[in-house]
Design a binder for this molecule. Structure first.
Ligand code: KIV
Length: 259
């Protein structure tokens, strides 16, 4: 079985709901692929859950390339989509250059945040046939301007503008659009109005798919969990217990097989 194609993903619109998760390294990419996830996002959320930055604005192209390479070494059938980091797609030329860097690192496509403001950059990417994933609603790369993470689409103005931006991304050829913290009825109308697949995060159940940061789903970053996520397991707790147990064995002189 070869690489999942963008046409296969597009055909899922209205037929199946897509589960999408993030991976930043080889083992997680391999696990997600074994679980037959259709898409893997190397998100710039890696800035917080792996690199210890306060938000995504400090993530660099070099950080993204390093992690895309690790994910690509798993040779997944899943499409690898990589985030273009903060301020790396301000002009069409810059967007193209950085998209090509991520593709050379092993990505199959890229994601960028915003609509009309970055339309020329998106057009440059899709004109080359490179799979593009949009991102609307709460835009984490704008956190400094926004001041806090909040639900978008609660007012008529916001609803209208989200619908317009989603239609624009659809026209520009985005195969999918992440809707982050978008009011659930607005996500539902966007989902009905565009041919791109909508992938929701904290945006209610009516999207074509759902995406989560894998660390949030498995409790791998215990110091912060978004309000809309209920971890399925608590990996950090298991790690604490295993290490505590082993450390006690070492200190008590009872380590045998693990020495
Ligand atoms: O960076 C990321 O992981 C993302 C998802 C949360 C959608 O953009």
């Amino acid at each position: 079985m070869g690489k999942t194609s963008i046409e296969e993903i597009r055909r899922l619109k209205g037929r199946a709901r897509l589960p999408v998760l993030t991976a930043y390294d080889y083992p997680m990419a391999r696990l997600l692929d074994e679980l037959e996830m259709p898409l893997i996002l190397v998100g710039d959320s890696l800035g917080m859950v792996v690199l210890g930055y306060p938000d995504t604005t400090e993530v660099t192209m070099e950080d993204m390339e390093h992690h895309v390479r690790a994910v690509a070494r798993a040779r997944p059938q899943a499409l690898i989509i990589a985030d273009l980091p903060y301020q790396s797609y301000e002009t069409p030329a810059q967007a193209l250059e950085n998209t090509h860097r991520l593709i050379r690192a092993g990505a199959d496509g890229v994601k960028a945040e915003g609509g009309g403001r970055i339309a020329d950059s998106i057009r440059a990417i899709t004109a080359e046939g490179i799979p593009f994933m949009g991102h609307l609603g709460m835009l984490p790369q704008q956190i400094k301007e926004e001041g806090r993470y909040r639900i978008k689409g609660k007012t008529d103005n916001e609803e209208r503008s989200l619908l317009q931006e989603a239609r624009l991304l659809d026209d520009l050829g985005a195969f999918s659009i992440v809707l982050e913290l978008v009011e659930k009825n607005v996500s539902a109308s966007i989902t009905k109005s565009v041919s791109s697949l909508t992938i929701g995060i904290g945006s209610g159940p009516h999207c074509d798919g759902q995406i989560l940061v894998t660390h949030d789903l498995v409790g791998g970053f215990p110091w912060f969990t978004p309000r809309f996520v209920k971890p399925k397991i608590r990996v950090a707790e298991s790690i604490r217990n295993a290490i505590g147990e082993w450390s006690n064995e070492v200190q008590g002189g009872s380590v045998e097989r693990n020495s």
